[in-house]
Design a protein around this ligand. Structure first.
Ligand SMILES: *[C@@H]1O[C@H](CO)[C@@H](O)[C@H](O)[C@H]1NC(C)=O
Ligand SMILES: *[C@@H]1O[C@H](CO)[C@@H](O)[C@H](O)[C@H]1NC(C)=O
Ligand SMILES: *[C@@H]1O[C@H](CO)[C@@H](O)[C@H](O)[C@H]1NC(C)=O
Ligand SMILES: *[C@@H]1O[C@H](CO)[C@@H](O)[C@H](O)[C@H]1NC(C)=O
Ligand SMILES: *[C@@H]1O[C@H](CO)[C@@H](O)[C@H](O)[C@H]1NC(C)=O
Ligand SMILES: [Zn+2]
Length: 418
């Protein structure tokens, strides 16, 4: 198939970057996505796995139901879905395969609410770690994002828009040669920007909060949120600093991603969250730590980011588990976070910040599904997608048990764990 590449993706978004230290922006490298798009599409047809139509039984498993473990039972997978435990006609149809889950816990497949997969290796790394759904948190080019979707037996994606930012911001420099048509110069451009992104397949609008540095004004953020909501889309705000949190709360962003590296949120921000129960947070602590350790920005600490999460949790704010996983093979310019394994790090980080293991599991399953409108997964119930993670031990007691993987199914297709 010949790809017709419109100017947008011959052009050049150097990295997917989420964060740069103040005043430092990596060189703008020309970036042509056509090769990776071709590889992704090729791998999709080459690797297309059959969804088994025969019944698979997971016996003696204790199912995590969102609050505790159920007594041992049998869960069936059939045609990609969790199926009912019924004997078929004639009463004699043993499952094609049986897995003994004695001593194990069956979880819904994990959801990484913030990642930046680019190619099939990234999807495989997510899948092998039991991350059955991920949010692709920035779409530099719609054909690239489309080429990562619909891979049978690999992680399925929810996809962001292009990033909304203003001239003069650090992210505007990342946008680089794409320049003017992709930047928001004033509030009246919010409507057309959102309409264009929705037309190109964005599941939600990604907005960059640059405060206290130059970036979108309050009026521009307000207009982006209003236009997105009118189009039936959520706004996810990138906000790694306190001032960016305030701006996003005032604008009514649906989700704030990242945590405050400069200073923990103060009582005023806690009050704003309490008054605006619709705004939730995906703190990506694993990435905040990577930034602090790898880039060592002045006056920014991992402790601030953690303290913010502790305060949000105490205030009853819904928290999602996300990683900001990103690899470009050049950690000199951008903090790198591995795909897949980092979500298990994040679960531990959330527990260390004060969430219970059950709350951390919900942050990576049902709460993510609910806030991204994924009604077909994250609950182990008849008819739901068979996105499942079988682990040894009990992660509701010790969250680290999610790493001890015994089996993974994505849409009913078994995945080899690492
Ligand atoms: C996904 O792949 C299947 C099989 O090739 C195809 O029938 C279906 O239309 C694809 N869906 C999307 C959204 O690309
Ligand atoms: C908004 O910015 C665009 C691009 O610079 C410009 O063409 C337009 O006139 C501006 N609109 C208003 C209302 O300032
Ligand atoms: C860090 O904080 C100190 C003390 O407030 C200040 O003088 C300095 O300019 C800050 N450095 C940066 C890079 O912001
Ligand atoms: C995907 O990207 C990663 C990171 O840049 C790279 O190491 C890997 O080889 C790539 N895989 C494919 C199939 O291109
Ligand atoms: C949780 O499990 C991990 C891995 O097995 C182990 O290293 C750790 O000590 C356990 N933590 C507690 C509190 O038991
Ligand atoms: Zn990101």
């Amino acid at each position: 198939m010949r790809l017709s590449l419109a100017p947008v993706f011959c052009l050049l978004v150097p990295t997917l970057a989420c964060y740069y230290p103040r005043g430092e922006v990596p060189a703008t490298l020309p970036r042509d996505y056509s090769a990776v798009i071709k590889d992704n599409i090729h791998a999709r047809s080459l690797n297309r796995r059959q969804i088994p139509s025969q019944r698979v039984a997971l016996t003696n498993v204790r199912v995590f139901d969102g609050s505790c473990l159920q007594p041992p039972s049998t869960v069936y997978i059939e045609n990609g879905r969790i199926s009912q435990c019924v004997a078929c006609e004639g009463g004699n149809c043993p499952p094609a395969e049986t897995y003994d889950g004695q001593g194990m816990t069956l979880l819904p497949g994990l959801i990484d609410a913030h990642a930046h997969p680019m190619n099939v290796t990234n999807l495989e790394d997510l899948a092998k770690a039991g991350v059955t759904t991920a949010v692709n948190a920035f779409c530099p080019a719609p054909p690239l994002c489309a080429s990562l979707k619909n891979h049978t037996g690999l992680t399925s994606l929810v996809t962001a828009s292009f990033l909304a930012t203003a001239p003069g911001s650090e992210h505007a420099m990342i946008v680089g040669p794409l320049g003017a048509p992709y930047l928001i110069h004033n509030a009246s451009q919010a409507g057309p920007f959102v309409a264009q992104q929705v037309k190109q397949g964005a599941d939600f609008i990604k907005m960059i909060g640059s405060a206290p540095e130059t970036g979108l004004t309050q009026a521009e953020q307000n207009a982006l949120v209003a236009a997105s909501h009118k189009a039936g889309k959520q706004v996810i705000l990138h906000a790694p600093r306190h001032a960016a949190y305030v701006q996003g709360l005032l604008a009514g962003a649906d989700q704030i991603h990242h945590s405050t590296l400069d200073t923990p949120i103060d009582d005023r921000v806690v009050d704003m969250f309490k008054k605006n129960r619709n705004t939730i947070v995906c703190p990506t602590l694993v990435a905040m730590r990577a930034i602090v350790e790898q880039i060592k920005p002045a006056n920014e600490t991992y402790d601030s980011a953690v303290e913010t999460v502790t305060k949000l949790h105490e205030a009853g704010v819904t928290i999602l588990a996300g990683t900001d996983s990103f690899e470009n093979g050049d950690s000199a310019v951008q903090a790198e976070v591995p795909f897949g394994s980092s979500l298990h790090d994040e679960l531990e980080n959330l527990v260390a910040a004060g969430l219970s293991p059950v709350e951390a599991l919900n942050a990576a399953t049902i709460n993510a599904a609910r806030h991204f409108g994924l009604a077909d997964r994250a609950v182990i119930r008849e008819g739901m997608r068979a996105d499942l993670l079988l682990v040894r031990g009990d992660p509701t007691v010790n969250i680290s048990a999610t790493r001890d993987i015994a089996g993974i199914w994505i849409g009913g297709v078994q995945v080899k764990s690492q």
